[in-house]
Design a protein around this ligand. Structure first.
Ligand code: CDP
Length: 223
């Protein structure tokens, strides 16, 4: 049976970097489900779809011409032939994405696409590491390995600040706070990370280095 690994966590938990590294070391494919919500958000903004129009955004989710790279070493995201790998990480998209992700008609559409992608990646590469916010609970509760990566708010702020601004001094931390704390709050109706669901292993990365976090997850995989 394929090695399916589900990793959830809030922003700044190190989830994306850790998930990619784990997939690379195990030689299996990778699915970034956050990139799907981001790509959909980018496409709606690009086409002028009103993000408050629940049915219109859900229809966009059904027809989104998305091509998502699954090689953990080089993740490219393409929408309708346009490379949006960088465009989906802009502040504009990060600010708007929660409105799309909390759309109740959108979620089941993308969740089903994620299940289909996980199955086809696993078939092709012998396994898959899928990361997001509801993979362990909704998308793939039957995954062989399920991990919830957490970190203190302080640690998450520091990491995201270094990622976005190159440092974590007082002004960079302040500039990052809105992104991290506000988005967590906006996302809290679809995902809460105060405790791990039954059967999910909690890994707190607050005091772990990147390498330490990767090894902690590989330990869970090894059982
Ligand atoms: O930048 P960060 O790692 O925090 O987030 P991401 O993984 O790129 O996901 C971006 C956004 O997509 C999140 O803030 C959620 O609103 C949404 N998302 C979701 O609702 N469910 C998922 N499985 C993955 C992402």
């Amino acid at each position: 049976t394929p090695l399916t690994i589900a990793i959830d966590g809030p922003s700044g938990s190190g989830k994306s970097t850790v998930a990619r590294a784990v997939a690379e070391r195990l030689g299996v494919g990778y699915l970034d489900t956050g990139a799907m919500y981001r790509a959909l958000t980018w496409w709606c903004l690009e086409r002028g779809t009103d993000l408050a129009d629940v049915a219109a955004v859900a229809q966009a989710a059904r027809t989104l011409p998305l091509d998502l790279g699954t090689d953990p070493g080089e993740v490219r995201v393409t929408v309708d032939g346009t490379d949006v790998t960088a465009a989906i990480r802009t502040t504009e998209v990060s600010t708007a994405v929660s409105a799309v992700a909390t759309n109740r008609e959108v979620r089941p559409v993308l969740q089903q696409r994620q299940r289909d992608l996980m199955a086809s990646i696993a078939q092709r590469t012998g396994g898959v590491v899928a990361e997001g916010r509801d993979i362990t609970t909704v998308v793939a509760p039957d995954a062989r390995v399920r991990v919830l990566l957490t970190a203190s708010e302080e640690a998450r702020l520091r990491r995201r600040s270094t990622e976005l601004h190159g440092d974590a001094d007082a002004s960079s931390l302040e500039a990052t706070r809105d992104q991290v704390v506000r988005r967590d709050r906006d996302d809290s109706t679809v995902s809460r990370f105060d405790e791990a669901a039954e059967g999910v292993t909690l890994v707190d990365t607050s005091d772990l280095s990147l390498e330490g976090s990767i090894e902690a997850v590989l330990d869970v995989v090894a059982g």
